[in-house]
Design a protein around this ligand. Sequence first.
Ligand SMILES: Cc1cc2nc3c(=O)[nH]c(=O)nc-3n(C[C@H](O)[C@H](O)[C@H](O)COP(=O)(O)OP(=O)(O)OC[C@H]3O[C@@H](n4cnc5c(N)ncnc54)[C@H](O)[C@@H]3O)c2cc1C
Length: 461
Amino acid sequence: MASPALRADLGRIVGDEHVLDPVPRELLQDATESRGLTGRALAAVRPADAEEVAAVVRWAARTGTALVPRGGGTGFSGGAVPGAAPDDPDAVVLATDRLTRGATIRPEDWSATFPAGTVTADLQRRCLEAGLFFAPNPGSAESSLLGGNVATNAGGPRSFKHGPVRAWVSGVEAVLGDGERVRLGGAVRKNVETLDLLGLLCGSEGTLGVLTEVTLKLQPAPEVALPTIALYADREAGLAAIAAVLACGVVPTALEFLDGTTLAASAGAFPGGLPEGAGFAVLVEALGPAAVAPLEARELATALAPDALAVRAPTERAAVDALWRWRDGVSIAVTAARGGKLSEDLVVPASRLGDALAAVEEVGARHGVPVTSWGHAGDGNLHATVLVDRDDAAELARAEQAAHAMLEIAHRLGGALTGEHGIGLVKREAAAALDPTLRRAQRAVKDVLDPAGIMNPGRKL
Ligand SMILES: Cc1cc2nc3c(=O)[nH]c(=O)nc-3n(C[C@H](O)[C@H](O)[C@H](O)COP(=O)(O)OP(=O)(O)OC[C@H]3O[C@@H](n4cnc5c(N)ncnc54)[C@H](O)[C@@H]3O)c2cc1C
């Protein structure tokens, strides 16, 4: 609960009706809710524009109050969950959902500027209407916000060929932790005028400032998107198919995999029904001009075919959309399988994917918990997951231990703790063991950009 003085201060900045106290439960959670993470906060504020954001940040710096920026609350690392750790200070949630005014699309420059509160899928649609394409496509696009995507440097299936959000950001406007407004970059496709401060903000998980506006470097909209999914009896056959795709000379936009448990959990929504005996799936996409994409799709299907139980390559728009809707819903289907899940986001060199999958299964067996993996095979990025009954405290504890043990796999195989979901709260213990020199450098950056230490303390760094 906020004190009357705090409420009055914030009300003067954003208007009393945009100070939420008590804070609605949905602003105290993110997608880690399925592992039981819920927080607490003094209040939430919903500023209308960058000016109000800056005033809130200045107020927080002056009063030493922690601020937790929030986008769509779809994060998988607890980054937007205030007060979830015992040592978290009392915080105010800074919701960015009202930052929606003033988008500009510049087709002639293949560029667009959107406020940070724009829903990801809305901006994708608006770009397409203007003949432009924003490739990053996290499965949460209907709920996540652009600011959250930049703050997590989100990926998604199409990041294999087209890179994560960072590769598409040419400029941001942000309010740094001292309340200063800055513009970094702009509607230019290259820019080495300064150190890569823009890059620092991408993936900073709300620890350096608040993103208020983002300028994107886009591409012409593709004419056709042709996914192909192949089903295999087992992991070995699926891994061989992934290797064949990587060797075939065509770079698919997406190169995804799903193991047998994930397939079983999402079977109900699988378009056309899952073939008998399917224990692994590989999904690829060819995207581009109508004269090129079908040729690429054919090459990819040839690479996938040898050991497949079935290969499906929809071409009708409705069937293509249905396949991607199923893929986007996999995370939710896996959560529903046992009521909860603890998902890691390991990334390893693509050639070590098989070793990582085997190691995840070994961890599950050792801790006596069911595990599953799916993700972005081309990026070596696996969402290694423990399925958990949240009402069973003993199982939840074993699941937490197993999830923690999975993190060790990434470094052992030459990878990293997280490829796209971020460190947030749930991986901070593992991140505390990273190279001390790197951690000192990160801390020095934080101290300069957020001298009062108010921006999302205890997360990421
Ligand atoms: C079903 C589902 C599928 C998903 N699929 C993918 C996927 O394919 N790829 C992927 O990368 N992720 C995926 N995610 C995870 C999540 O959607 C992404 O991390 C997303 O980018 C988070 O955006 P958000 O707006 O919901 O941010 P939030 O969850 O609200 O916040 C995430 C972090 O960013 C900070 N933040 C938010 N907005 C701002 C801002 N304006 N300024 C500064 N900091 C800010 C927060 O403090 C927090 O640390 C998925 C999630 C779900 C639930």
